[in-house]
Design a protein around this ligand. Structure first.
Ligand code: SF4
Length: 474
């Protein structure tokens, strides 16, 4: 993949990271995409139809591509509503809805096999949501059996699942291990009881500690915890307490996200009292404390909200310049075609992106007609492909060698990106990048703001006056 060729060396390790003071973070805190794809999903169009998707799958088949696939399954159900939620989910106590959903997932898998051919290899599988653990053990077994009947799971693949700590115990984790999952991701957000009450998600710290210990006994390769700062009732002091508990818990990976309060877009957030939200300066202090706490505890800053222990595969991949990025964030697996199943799921096959219907009614309706439930997407132009290669090299390796892009796309890099290189000089002045004659290198300092560097190469943002829909930069 071009992203690999484009990398010269990864951004340097933690060794010389300058102090990330609240003032510095404030200064560079601008809105921007997370670049789990380029172009970003808001650029998808309805002109990309089910027919376009079928052609894409046919091309993969005709091309005789045997590269492994990645599979994402979206399970939209949750038992109760978290007030900060911005995900596509369905809150219900009716567990019988899972059986119906499974039947439709099965149809969607069958359609793919029809168009891709049987026996395709999978090197990466991720179950996300919603809450995948809304499914019972039997339903998860059935889902995995369906996948194994249709695909071949590689022995050393990454098989991960998002886990709502309120829905599992050690027995359920043991069941997940027996199904072949080797990575768990727990939604934690914050351990403070007052914050948990304010966001309507009560899960005592002891519960999470005992689950992580169980995951270790069960020999999962890696445990991730998701944290959110900027939630109601959070203060820098209360969040420091959570950070200390997380360091004690020592998960292999930590994802730290900023809460973006957009009640006009996300209905659940209207239940949050905006007076209880921390001020911008308090959010910046929480972020600054978090970065310092994790680095002091020996974590490596992998990039874009993610930290990992130096022994974790993600940190190793970063050191070796082998990081990749997809809709689930950073990955150690080489870029591969991503087949996404379930309501609202986004896939990436060849030079296209596609997205399924966002409502369950439409998703079921299209499958009832024997059709793929794809309702929008994008066929990438040549310019999109060039820029995707550049942006992913910056986001994953923090470095770019112009020649590799020139050879892959037959362009003169300095001519093609003349205005971007000019704009980069300002970031060079801020110490974020070093511009060399043959390439560019993101500095250790710039790595914390890496998407600001990537954003300069985003053609759509260059003409976009409406960046506010994106979250803040870190
Ligand atoms: S945050 Fe997760 S568990 Fe909570 S409502 Fe949203 S999708 Fe469901």
């Amino acid at each position: 993949m071009i992203t690999d060729e484009a990398a010269i060396k990864p951004a340097k390790s933690n060794s010389a990271i300058p102090e990330l003071s609240p003032e510095t973070l404030q200064k560079f805190d601008v809105s921007g995409p997370r670049y789990t794809s380029y172009p970003t999903a808001d650029r998808f169009v309805e002109a990309f139809t089910e027919e376009s998707y079928k052609q894409t799958l046919a091309q993969r088949r005709v091309g005789g591509l045997t590269l492994p696939l990645s599979i994402y399954v979206h399970i939209p159900f949750c038992e109760s509503l978290c007030f900060f939620c911005a995900c596509n989910k369905i809150v219900t106590k009716h567990h019988e809805r899972s059986a119906e959903y499974l039947r439709y997932l099965s149809r969607e898998i069958d359609l793919h096999i029809e168009h891709l051919g049987a026996g395709q290899t999978i090197s990466q599988l991720h179950l996300g949501g919603g809450s995948p653990t809304f499914f019972s053990d039997n339903e998860l077994s059935e889902l995995m059996a369906m996948i194994r009947r249709s695909f071949v799971l590689e022995a050393n693949g990454e098989y991960s699942i998002e886990v709502d700590p309120r829905t599992v115990d050690e027995n359920r984790l043991a069941h997940l291990a027996s199904l072949g999952f080797n990575r768990l991701s727990f939604g934690v957000q914050d351990f403070d009881p007052e914050v948990q009450k304010a966001v309507h998600r009560i899960q005592p710290a002891e519960q999470v500690f005992s689950l992580v210990e169980a995951a270790r006994r069960l020999k999962f390769d890696s445990v991730n915890v998701d944290l959110i700062y900027g939630l109601p009732k959070q203060t820098p002091e209360s969040f420091t307490q959570t950070l200390n508990q997380i360091v004690e818990l020592k998960p292999e990976r930590i994802a730290l996200y900023a809460y973006a309060h957009l009640p006009e877009r996300f209905k659940p957030q209207r239940r949050i009292d905006s007076y209880e939200l921390p001020a911008a300066s308090a959010k910046i202090a929480m972020l600054s404390n978090a970065i310092k706490t994790f680095l002091d505890a020996g974590y490596v800053y992998v990039g874009m909200d993610h930290f990992a222990l130096p022994t974790d595969a993600l940190a190793i991949a970063k050191r070796q310049g082998r990081l990749h990025r997809n809709f689930q964030g950073y990955s150690t697996q080489p870029d591969c075609d991503l087949i996404s199943l379930g309501v609202s799921a986004i896939g990436r096959v060849g030079a296209t992106y596609s997205q399924n219907a966002k409502t369950i009614e439409e998703y079921y309706d299209l499958l009832n007609q024997g059709r793929f439930p794809v309702v929008r997407g994008l066929a990438l132009s040549r310019d999109d492909l060039v820029r995707r290669a550049v942006i992913m090299a910056i986001m994953c390796q923090g470095a770019l060698q112009y020649e590799s892009i020139e050879l892959a796309y037959m362009i003169d890099f300095k001519n093609y990106f003349a205005s971007e290189l000019e704009a980069l000089k300002e970031l060079e002045g801020s110490g974020m990048v070093v511009l060399e004659d043959t390439g560019l290198q993101v500095t250790d300092f710039g790595w914390f703001f890496v998407r600001a560097v990537a954003m300069l190469f985003d053609r759509y943002l260059q003409t976009d006056r409406n960046r506010a829909r994106f979250s803040k930069i870190i």
